[in-house]
Design a protein around this ligand. Structure first.
Ligand code: UTP
Length: 289
């Protein structure tokens, strides 16, 4: 029986250059999708998967993240005094539960692998999840819960994947599989940003992982890879020599909020998914078209 996944690492130290200038003073993970910051959806997804502790790997200029999950006494008492109880309830819903969140600084954005390594002491010697917060996933069973269920089933390391849009494989980490039967398949390899035409499958690593703690030992000495960054994909490829990896083709839709058009798509899609505003959103979009 594999150990339970209780902790999630959320790397949020990147510079967000693809969504500048918006991400200059607002961390890109705090940009709004309809009426809530991206991280509000991400923490909700983590809680739904049974995550009890969120480890944010932050950097300079990302203080708004920590503040968002803490009390804002003036705001809360104003809302209370004015009887705005519904809005108050929404604000309070996102607060951290006592002891639920830790924040560690990456100090220099050396890459995703390095960001994950910065969380090693807080995670300790247990399996953990990694959630890339700029990938928002809309799914009936939240994406991370699907990954945790797969981990309960087969143990080892689980990587959530999905079909890559035509011609875009060179932008992502791509997996190689030992045959394909159903949605959960054993992996034989992976490569970060393959040269066009060399990708080993059409499945890309889309931003949810369950990893074993041995990944930290590998990351400690992981040399820089694609883009001059310390890549999580390279460290996982090494760990695959010693441990099982399965790719899970999850059921749901992904929105890449690290990209301007992806952010726009997510705003539209998440407004349309909300029963209370869907009709007004549809009317507003139709009028624009
Ligand atoms: P991205 O490559 O999408 O983020 O990394 P980025 O570097 O902010 O984006 P651009 O290319 O400049 O627009 C995926 C996730 O990993 C985090 C990012 O914050 C993002 O959530 N990350 C990336 C770190 O925390 N540290 C890093 O060194 C790199």
């Amino acid at each position: 029986m594999s150990k339970r996944v209780r902790k999630a690492v959320l790397p949020v130290a990147g510079l967000g250059t693809r969504v500048l200038p918006g991400a200059k003073t607002t961390p890109k993970e705090m940009l709004n999708i309809f009426d809530r910051p991206i991280l509000s959806y991400i923490v909700e997804e983590g809680r739904a998967a049974g995550i009890e502790h969120f480890v944010f790997v932050t950097g300079r200029g990302k203080g708004a993240i920590e503040d968002y999950f803490d009390h804002h006494p003036e705001l809360e008492s104003q809302l209370e005094a004015k009887g705005k109880t519904e809005i108050l309830a929404e604000v309070l819903r996102d607060l951290a539960r006592p002891g639920e969140m830790s924040f560690v600084r990456q100090m220099a954005p050396l890459g995703l692998g390095h960001a994950v390594w910065c969380a090693r002491d807080i995670v300790g010697a247990e399996p953990f999840a990694v959630i890339l917060p700029d990938m928002l996933m809309a799914a009936e069973t939240p994406a991370l819960a699907q990954a945790v269920a797969a981990h309960d089933q087969v143990g080892g390391n689980i990587i959530v994947v999905e079909p890559v849009p035509q011609g875009e494989a060179h932008k992502y980490g791509i997996v190689a599989l030992d045959g394909r039967d159903g949605r959960l398949n054993r992996m034989t390899g992976m490569v970060e940003k393959p040269a066009p035409g060399t990708e080993p499958s059409n499945l890309f690593i889309s931003g949810r992982y369950v990893l074993q703690p041995e990944i930290f030992e590998i990351l400690e000495t992981q040399p820089r890879g694609a883009g001059g960054e310390i890549q999580l994909t390279d460290a996982m490829a090494t760990l695959m020599g010693r441990q099982d990896f399965h790719a899970l083709e999850y059921e749901g839709t992904t929105y890449d909020c690290g990209d301007k058009i992806g952010l726009l798509r997510a705003n539209v899609a998440f407004a349309l998914r909300r029963p209370d505003v869907a009709e007004a959103a549809r009317a507003a979009i139709r009028a624009l078209l």
